[in-house]
Design a protein around this ligand. Structure first.
Ligand code: SF4
Length: 274
């Protein structure tokens, strides 16, 4: 007996094998040259994924290099003072990410012999690691076939299938289910990165250039699909700096001279809302 069209799963029309092959081929040819793509070291991938949570890849690239240079291992990060970690996070904003990263590094060194957990489920127990980040680390580093569903992937799948994206958990679950069906079993890390890359560079929120899309032949909407409006964002331009507090004393006497004296070291938080 045939399944009525209305009851067909949203992904029924997708030729998964062909779609995966086309997407991976495109990714290998067009992926941006980003520093964290040169490694599958769990610590480096973790740092990059935390930085990428709320910040564009182009902004993250330079900060990532500097951060990894200063804290090349989870042990180096765990042993650092929080003020320095925050200072090295300067320019990325959302400082709770850095605090949680530091807290988790201390836990990994103290309780897990300095080794990051391997599975997505175990990674989620660490501070600051949710389903998106745990899936990214586990799939990229350990080939666990778990789908990463960030905002970009959500949009690609909604357009591929015609599923509505809204804030309801039912619609989110439907998107996640398709993402999990699609994920490549042998190269899940590359597949996840390819989906995110497609959403970031081709299947963009407005007027996607569908003629350049490697999986256009599978897409039921070709961009003619309303995706949920972006949530209003409060943009914060925050910078931490290791500050040297300077105290100036006016010396009395002939002429007015300023004597500069180093009073103390500390961290300054300059936060500007926009
Ligand atoms: S064809 Fe267009 S809308 Fe469909 S997935 Fe590709 S870029 Fe997105």
């Amino acid at each position: 007996m045939k399944t009525p069209a209305a009851e067909m799963p949203a992904s029924a029309h997708l030729d998964r094998v062909k779609l995966r092959a086309e997407l991976l081929k495109w990714y290998m040819q067009h992926k941006r040259d980003l520093p964290w793509r040169d490694t599958n070291d769990a610590y480096c991938v973790w740092v990059s994924e935390i930085m990428l949570q709320q910040t564009r890849a182009s902004v993250v690239a330079d900060h990532y290099r500097v951060f990894i240079q200063r804290f090349p291992t989870v042990k180096a990060l765990a042993e650092a003072h929080e003020q320095e970690v925050l200072a090295r996070w300067s320019g990325l904003g959302y400082y709770n990410r850095a605090r949680n990263l530091h807290k988790a590094a201390k836990f990994i060194v103290a309780e897990l012999k300095g080794v990051l957990p391997k599975s997505a489920a175990e990674l989620r127990r660490l501070p600051g690691i949710g389903s998106y980040t745990s899936a990214a680390i586990a799939s990229i580093v350990h080939n666990e076939p778990v789908a990463v569903v960030d905002g970009n992937v959500e949009r690609v799948i909604a357009r591929l299938t015609g599923l509505e994206v809204d804030k309801k958990s039912k619609s989110k679950r439907a998107i996640e289910a398709v993402a999990q069906e699609l994920v490549e079993r042998r190269e899940p890390g590359d597949f996840n990165q390819a989906m995110m890359e497609l959403g970031a560079t081709v299947c963009v929120p407005r007027n996607p250039p569908c003629r350049n899309c490697p999986i256009a032949s599978h897409c039921v909407t070709r961009g003619e699909h309303k995706t949920a409006p972006r949530a209003a964002m409060t943009s914060m331009d925050v910078s931490y700096a290791l500050a040297t507090r300077l105290r100036y004393e006016l010396k009395k006497g002939k002429g007015k001279r300023w004597r500069r004296r180093i009073a103390a070291g500390g961290a300054a938080d300059t936060t500007r809302g926009r």
